[in-house]
Design a protein around this ligand. Structure first.
Ligand code: GLY
Length: 253
C-alpha cells in the first residue's frame, strides 16, 4: 500500500518543456487545473500529499517521478538524463529526507530517470533508454542489492521511458504496449495488451486497489475495470503534450 505521494505543480515555464511538438501548445492554466484534479484523485486512494515548490528554471520539473525512486527499504535519488532536467533532483532529495534514513544517489557518468524504473514487489525493472544509461542502471541495481532488493536491466529501442509502455497493477497484472509485448522478460505476467491506438494509456498507476487511467482511452479503461479494479479517470492532455503521463507526475511510496 502507498501512504504518501510527492508532487510538484508545474511552473509557467512548462510551456517550454521537452515534448514531441505534435499535440499543440501547452495551456498552463489548464495544466494547473488538471494537476489539481490529479492530486484529488490520488487523495481518494488514501495517501497523504507532500508538495515541493515549483521550479521555473526547470520546465519539466512537474514530472517528479524522474527524480527519485522510493522503495520499501531505501530512497534512490536519480540523476536525470536530459541536461535541461538535471538539477530537479536537488529539492526532491531535501523532501525525501523527511521520510527516509537510507538515501543513495546515482552519480555521473551514470544517469537514471525514474520513469525508467518499474517496481514489481521487491524487484525493479530498469530501462536502458535515451535517459538512463548502462552505468546508471548498474549503480541503481547495486543500491537495490545493498538493501535486499534486486533489479533487471531492460533495453529500450523506441519508447521514451520504460513506463511509457508498461504499468504493473499488482497481482501479476501488467499493462504492456509496443516494443515490450513480445519481450521474453515479461512472459510470466498476466499481460494486458494495450492497443496501438490507445498506446498513451499504457501509463496507468495502481494506487491502493484503485487504478488511475488517463481520460479518453475507453478500451484501456474497460480492460482495467474487467480485471476488477476501481478506475479513476484523470485528464492529462496537457502533460501528454510534453510526453508525460500519470506516473510521471508523482512519487508514490
Ligand atoms: N517532458 C518530460 C521529459 O521529457 O522528460
Amino acid at each position: 500500500m502507498f501512504k504518501n505521494v510527492i508532487v510538484r505543480r508545474p511552473g509557467k515555464s512548462m510551456v517550454n518543456g521537452i515534448g514531441p511538438g505534435t499535440y499543440g501548445p501547452v495551456d498552463h492554466e489548464n495544466a494547473l487545473r488538471q494537476h489539481d484534479a490529479y492530486v484529488e484523485a490520488l487523495k481518494k486512494t488514501g495517501v497523504n500529499v507532500t508538495y515541493v515548490e515549483s521550479l521555473e528554471e526547470y520546465p519539466d520539473s512537474c514530472f517528479v517521478e524522474d527524480t527519485a525512486v522510493l522503495t520499501r527499504n531505501c530512497a534512490i535519488i536519480c540523476n536525470p538524463g536530459a541536461p535541461s532536467r538535471n538539477g530537479e533532483q536537488v529539492s526532491i532529495h531535501e523532501a525525501v529526507k523527511k521520510f527516509y534514513d537510507n538515501i543513495e544517489e546515482i552519480k555521473f557518468p551514470g544517469t537514471v530517470d525514474g520513469g525508467d524504473v518499474m517496481m514489481v514487489g521487491d524487484h525493479f525493472y530498469v530501462g536502458i533508454s535515451a535517459r538512463t544509461n548502462e552505468e546508471g542502471a548498474r549503480q541503481f541495481i547495486d543500491f537495490l542489492r545493498k538493501y535486499d532488493l534486486d533489479g533487471t536491466a531492460v533495453p529500450l529501442n523506441e519508447m521514451l521511458h520504460l513506463k511509457t509502455g508498461l504499468a504493473y497493477l499488482e497481482n501479476n497484472n501488467l499493462l504492456i504496449a509496443g516494443e515490450f509485448i513480445e519481450s521474453p522478460m515479461f512472459k510470466d505476467f498476466n499481460k494486458v495488451i494495450i492497443p496501438d491506438d490507445e498506446g498513451y494509456a499504457a501509463n496507468c498507476i495502481w494506487m491502493n486497489d484503485h487504478v488511475l487511467v488517463p481520460m479518453g482511452y475507453p478500451k484501456v479503461k474497460k480492460s482495467v475495470e474487467d480485471m476488477g479494479y476501481k478506475v479513476i479517470e484523470v485528464d492529462t492532455s496537457e502533460y501528454k503534450k510534453l510526453d508525460g503521463g500519470l506516473s510521471c507526475l508523482s512519487l508514490r511510496f
